[in-house]
Design a protein around this ligand. Structure first.
Ligand code: PMV
Ligand code: MG
Length: 332
């Protein structure tokens, strides 16, 4: 019996976090090559297993598996089929993005939705486009009451460096409540996902604080501090940074990322915790720009380094501070 295997990678925000929660704002998000795997094969009844949990599940309501179960229901509804009418399968998900029981914070609780959709698209030979997978995953998460921007889903679905412009999630949620899934999927939700091709060589580094942070809780904590000025200033700098990445303007990349970092620092003291402050301060005197990534309060920070010797110095400074290098890649 054939087993199909698919993967999804991680993601990290480069710029635009928190602002992206407001429709029409833009964020730059980078794919991270650390993967989760799903294996799917024919079975007599639906069986689910994820190495996040001790036990497997079927389609009986189960809080551990509710997101995977809802994703399967979304796909069946989209195909206009009942669960019973779909050939059954065994779905096995492995590759927790964590070490010593601490999550990296490069995936998201939502990324398992994308992985499940990719697995079933392959299993049923549906050839779903990245755009359809993005909509189906977002549909599922909105239905589950997720409070995120879906920027993570955009990046993980496209597996690339993207500029994501967010859609009005309340509006789409109201369509979901009143219209058929086919109608909702056929509509223009008003988002944009643009793949960015950076035009200069630099090192991209990920520093892991080893302090798990829960985005959902951070959003609740920080959201009320978001002001129109924060949104306007962040959007300005994100667009400047996007342009500078594509034209290869190092100085502008650095100044724009410094400004979005300062804006996050001013938004809430919860974002830059002590380790993230250290992660950023390690750029001092180097041809490097570092910042917190995503919701902050722990998880990861990122850096761009424009000089290979400085890359080594930065890594050493991070190591000395107990910050773990999770990823080092050449951008462009
Ligand atoms: O911490 P992360 O990588 O999950 O990023 C969260 C980014 C926020 O803008 C704070 C929330 C969101 O869903 O966009
Ligand atoms: Mg996070």
């Amino acid at each position: 019996m054939k087993t199909i295997s698919v993967q999804t990678g991680g993601k990290l925000y480069i710029a635009g976090e928190y602002a992206i929660l407001t429709p029409g704002q833009t964020a730059i998000i980078k794919n991270i090559p650390i993967y989760m795997t799903a294996q799917v094969r024919e079975a007599r009844t639906i069986h689910l297993f994820s190495d996040m949990f001790d036990a497997g599940a079927d389609m009986t309501p189960n809080s551990d598996y509710s997101l995977i179960q809802q994703t399967i229901k979304t796909l069946a509804a989209c195909l206009g089929k009942s669960l019973e009418a779909l050939p059954a399968f065994d779905l096995r998900i492995t590759g927790k993005m964590e070490r010593d029981g601490k999550k990296f914070g490069i995936g998201s609780s939502g990324s398992v939705t994308v992985l499940t959709l990719k697995a079933l698209s392959a299993f049923y030979d549906l050839n779903l486009s990245a755009n359809t997978i993005f909509k189906l995953a977002s549909y599922t998460l909105l239905k589950m009451g997720d409070n995120g921007s879906m920027g993570d889903i955009a990046c993980i679905t496209y597996e690339d460096l993207v500029a994501f412009t967010s859609f009005d999630r309340q509006k789409v949620a109201s369509w979901i409540a009143t219209e058929s899934i086919q109608e909702v999927l056929a509509k223009d939700w008003g988002y944009r996902i643009d793949i960015l091709k950076p035009a200069l060589a630099c090192d991209f580094l990920v520093g892991w604080t080893r302090q798990p942070s829960i985005s959902k809780d951070m959003i609740c904590l920080v959201k009320s501090a978001i002001t129109p000025d924060f949104l306007k200033d962040t959007q300005n700098q994100v667009l400047i940074c996007q342009e500078a990445l594509q034209t290869g303007d190092k100085d502008v990349i650095k100044t724009s990322l410094q400004k979005v970092s300062d804006l996050l620092l001013g938004l809430s003291p919860a974002i830059y915790n002590d380790t993230l402050k250290t992660l950023k301060a390690a750029e001092e005197g180097l041809d490097v720009i570092a910042k917190s990534s995503g919701s902050g309060g722990g998880d990861c920070g990122i850096a761009l380094s424009f000089n290979q010797t400085d890359t080594k110095t930065l890594i050493k400074r991070w190591e000395d501070a107990g910050i773990v290098l999770l990823d080092l890649e050449e951008l462009a």
